[in-house]
Design a binder for this molecule. Sequence first.
Ligand SMILES: NC(=O)c1ccc[n+]([C@@H]2O[C@H](COP(=O)([O-])OP(=O)(O)OC[C@H]3O[C@@H](n4cnc5c(N)ncnc54)[C@H](OP(=O)(O)O)[C@@H]3O)[C@@H](O)[C@H]2O)c1
Length: 176
Amino acid sequence: MAIPKNTNRVSTLREPQLAIVVAMTDDRVIGCKNQIPWDMPEERLLFREMTFDNTVIMGSHTFQSLEKPLANRINIVLTKSPKSFPGAITCRSFFQSLVLGLRIGKPIYVIGGVGPYQMALSVADCLHISWIKGTFKGDRYFPELDRRNWLAEEKRVYEGFSYVRYRRHIKAVTQP
Ligand SMILES: NC(=O)c1ccc[n+]([C@@H]2O[C@H](COP(=O)([O-])OP(=O)(O)OC[C@H]3O[C@@H](n4cnc5c(N)ncnc54)[C@H](OP(=O)(O)O)[C@@H]3O)[C@@H](O)[C@H]2O)c1
């Protein structure tokens, strides 16, 4: 897949945003048997609206769990393997995917799974979490979150889940 030319003048003038998007239960379940354990159309719609026309970075298992590449988004897939993933640009490291995302110049959303989330947690400035109500059996978990680093800026309650947008908490630098 060819790297699209950056035609969006506004996004080239400001820093592209790096965000994490995840849906998880209170006990941090995100997946089971390479699928999402719940079926929530409203949550999927929220995800689509948020990531639409932007760049998404994901691991190869997450990409393979999708029926097809995410439409109207630049799909970047992390893999160490030499194989290609139709409809996606492959990168061999998280760093490489970030450099590419920055060159493209659109907001970047890291959309899973566990490894990409872990890498993105130290650099993302924004965290979009859909907190799924109830308990679900899982075999994949979002990394432990240090809540002191994240400020909840917005909360919306939906049937079956609550959406919270967090911003990285920048500690004030004090003079010695
Ligand atoms: N609830 C949610 O919001 C959400 C979101 C996304 C995914 N999920 C769920 O999570 C599960 C999939 O996640 P997962 O953790 O098992 O797998 P994953 O992160 O999607 O994929 C793992 C693979 O990605 C590649 N990879 C990961 N980090 C890399 C890096 N830094 N450099 C190069 N390659 C890298 C490797 O691919 P190769 O083996 O090809 O080298 C690795 O084996 C599924 O159940 C899915 O439904 C849930």
